[in-house]
Design a binder for this molecule. Structure first.
Ligand code: SF4
Length: 294
């Protein structure tokens, strides 16, 4: 059986995926806003254990319907290439209709993996990474303790591109507070434009317990942007995105507005919709806090 350890996290678009925990926690685990793995000490699970779970899952009714697999936890890409290749081979042999394997990739794990490693893994099935860019603004990245600056984020993302890996990236709205809100949006757009990810999504920065951001919030040091300020920031981001063929979505539960489209085709429509929100905030379809779990 599948023995998930601790809370299991996955991106919204992996809701229908079969999930195997190949690592536990996040090897970096420092991002100020992230509470996903604070309670876990990072380790790579023994190959035999993961293999046992794959064999069990493959023997269950409906295994032939498995098309997507997500490798948890926080940054499975940090595990050794040989270990991941063994798992990918096992997955291909076990699920005949498997189309895609994905994982979270921290910038730190992308620094470690070579382009050749990424290519080998992609050829074996690991074809999509979820990368939290969070911001393209160096001051904001530093505050978030992301561990890399914008230039390094672009560089590591370029390695994935060179290896033919699809990137799904996240931008953290509100992370610049009020003073840096629009700069954060423009710089994030600049970094996205340099990376040209296939998917760009937004989340709203929300302090969660047991994180440094939570402690800062308790001390009154975190500015919470209101829905109108967040809409203005989102508009600025969209306005400056010059993507050549990407899916944009703000469908994570933390968002105050649900926006989705394909860029560049839908950009003007989305910016116009946000202009409408800013012109008439009282009639705007903001998601209430209780629906956002706040
Ligand atoms: S790299 Fe990702 S999983 Fe690890 S602490 Fe940062 S946001 Fe969380």
């Amino acid at each position: 059986m599948l023995r998930y350890q601790g809370t299991l996290y996955r991106p919204p678009s992996e809701a229908a995926s079969l999930i195997f925990q190949v690592t536990l926690g996040c090897s970096y685990n420092e991002c100020a806003f992230c509470g996903m793995y604070r309670d876990k000490r990072f380790r790579v699970r023994p190959l035999a254990e993961v293999r046992e779970e794959i064999t069990w899952a493959a023997s269950q009714p409906g295994a032939e319907t498995v098309r997507k697999v997500f490798l948890a936890d926080g940054d499975a890409l940090i595990a050794k290439t040989g270990f991941l290749l063994d798992i990918l081979e096992e997955l291909r042999a076990s699920f005949p209709n498997l189309r895609r394997v994905s994982c979270y990739a921290s910038p730190q794990s992308m620094q470690v993996r070579s382009v050749d490693d990424m290519r080998l893994l992609r050829e074996a099935g690991l074809s999509l990474y979820y990368l939290g860019i969070e911001s393209g603004h160096d001051t904001v990245l530093e505050r978030l303790v992301k561990g890399v600056d914008a230039a390094e984020m672009v560089r590591v993302a370029g390695k994935a591109h060179e290896a033919g890996v699809v990137l799904s990236t996240m931008i953290l709205l509100g992370a610049g507070g009020r003073a840096l809100s629009l700069e954060h949006a423009r710089e994030s757009a600049r970094v996205c434009n340099a990376i040209q990810p296939r998917f760009v999504s937004t989340l709203v920065m929300t302090p969660v317990e047991s994180t440094p951001l939570w402690e800062q919030d308790q001390r009154g040091e975190v500015e919470h942007l209101n829905p109108i300020e967040l809409a203005r920031e989102l508009r600025e981001l969209l306005l400056h995105l010059e993507l050549e063929g990407s899916v944009f979505r703000s469908n994570h539960a933390s968002n105050t507005l649900t926006v989705a489209g394909t860029l560049p085709k839908d950009r003007d429509r989305l910016v116009a919709a946000l202009d409408g929100v800013l012109a008439n905030p009282d009639g705007a379809p903001f998601v209430p806090d209780w629906l956002r779990g706040l």
